[in-house]
Write a protein that binds this ligand. Structure first.
Ligand code: PMP
Length: 406
């Protein structure tokens, strides 16, 4: 590991985020641009790029298939990455859990649905799933119902209830939606449109001790601490995208606790794994741990707060989800705490036009219907998603442009 970022000990108010920003070559090479689309994919620090380069120029081979040194080293690195994922997630019982590499959250959730859930369910069983989160966390569960129906097994898919104003789950109504036939619940950690922490620490109490819970952690792993050893995060699957957590495109993983129900064993022939992606994930998790997920979250939440605090006073804009900036730590237990994502609309300018206007000023944002399940594809929004390489100056410049359009 490089010694370029011994920053964990730096206190609040230090210049740590600025130093971390300097570790992202694509960011520092383009000071005229502001990358504000990290919820789609993150930029990669030099340590990850170096690890990829080193692997490809010293050890590139297939994993689990050869007996010569490059192949053995590749097999070893894949196994090390598996253990690293467990460690990164604070796994309290790594001897029982399992980690499966995927291309991202979409494939991870599909794996849980097809290879774990479908064989488990019988006629009359129920599953509770989110109909207003990312499509990746709805379609696999609907597909599971279809696959079962083809085999003559009818299950019921119930919708997780939401509190409409904030976009958070309605945890009280959720408890009422659980029945003795509930076999599975799928939830999201941080909403990819509203940016709110979905208060998943309240899920276990609502669903009871025995129902397996699958967490879509696409917007939390790499952005904030995710600790499955914390009793408040008593979930059975953590599914995430490595590419949103500093690793290469085409990487992701499923962590499975493997204690409620059978162990996850992805079925069928697995083929060659994305070895270079897995190498990048290993380096990315090292980098994230070194930088400190708490510091990263504090930085992104601080920027999101700066943005919402000014934006909500501009009448031309509507902020989606919770309109105020409920920063992490706000003592409002019933509220969503906004993470590093702010999504909004201009009341007079269509969102795709606003996206183009913002890019003409150097801001790279997402401007469409954001892959939200059930969203009207003609009604887009602009999403600003922040990471450790973003700065207050970028937010202030963005706000100046937004204000000039108000
Ligand atoms: N879930 C959420 C909450 C997401 O934000 C995303 C990506 N935008 C996904 C799932 C899908 O991730 P991937 O594209 O890596 O499969």
């Amino acid at each position: 590991m490089s010694a370029v970022y011994p920053l964990r000990e730096a206190g609040p108010g230090s210049n740590a985020p600025r130093r971390l920003r300097e570790e992202f070559p694509i960011v520092t090479a383009h000071p005229e641009l502001a990358y504000l689309d990290s919820a789609a994919t993150s930029q990669k620090p030099r340590a990850v790029l170096d690890a990829v380069q080193t692997y490809l120029t010293t050890s590139n081979a297939n994993a689990g298939r050869g007996t010569y040194p490059w192949a053995n080293r590749t097999t070893e690195v894949v196994e090390r990455a598996r253990q690293r994922v467990k460690e990164f997630l604070g796994d309290p019982d790594p001897a029982r859990s399992s980690v499966h590499f995927t291309s991202g959250t979409t494939e991870g959730l599909r794996t849980v649905a097809r290879d774990w859930l479908v064989p488990l369910l019988t006629d009359g069983d129920e599953i509770l799933v989110p109909f207003a989160d990312h499509r990746a966390n709805l379609e696999p569960w609907l597909e599971a119902r279809r696959l079962l129906a083809e085999r003559g097994t009818d299950i019921r898919v119930r919708a997780l209830p939401y509190q409409t104003a904030s976009g958070d789950y309605d945890h009280r109504a959720l408890a009422d939606a659980v029945t003795p036939r509930t076999r599975f619940v799928a939830v999201t950690h941080v909403h990819h449109v509203y940016g709110g922490d979905m208060n998943v620490h309240r899920i276990r109490a609502a669903v009871g001790p025995h129902v397996p819970v699958c967490l879509d952690a696409a917007q939390s792993v790499g952005h904030l601490p995710v600790d499955v050893g914390d009793p408040g995060l008593d979930v059975d699957f953590v599914v995430f995208s490595g590419h949103k957590a500093m690793a290469l495109p085409g990487t992701g993983a499923v962590w499975a606790r493997d204690t409620r129900g059978p162990a996850l064993r992805p079925g069928g022939w697995q083929g060659t794994p994305n070895t270079v992606g897995i190498v990048s994930l290993l380096a990315a998790l090292d980098w994230l741990d070194e930088a400190g997920p708490e510091r990263i979250a504090r930085h992104a939440v601080g920027l999101a707060t700066r943005l919402t605090d000014r934006l909500r006073h501009l009448d031309a804009y509507e902020i989606l989800g919770c309109p105020t900036s409920l920063a992490a730590g706000t003592p409002l237990p019933e509220s969503q705490r906004r993470q590093g994502i702010v999504t909004f609309r201009h009341r007079g300018i269509p969102s795709d036009d606003l996206g183009f206007i913002l890019f003409s000023h150097g801001f790279m944002v997402r401007a469409d219907s954001l892959c939200q399940a059930g969203a009207d594809p003609t009604e887009g929004a602009v999403r600003v998603s922040l990471h450790v390489y973003n700065t207050e100056e970028e937010i202030d410049r963005l706000l100046d442009v937004l204000e000039s359009l108000a």
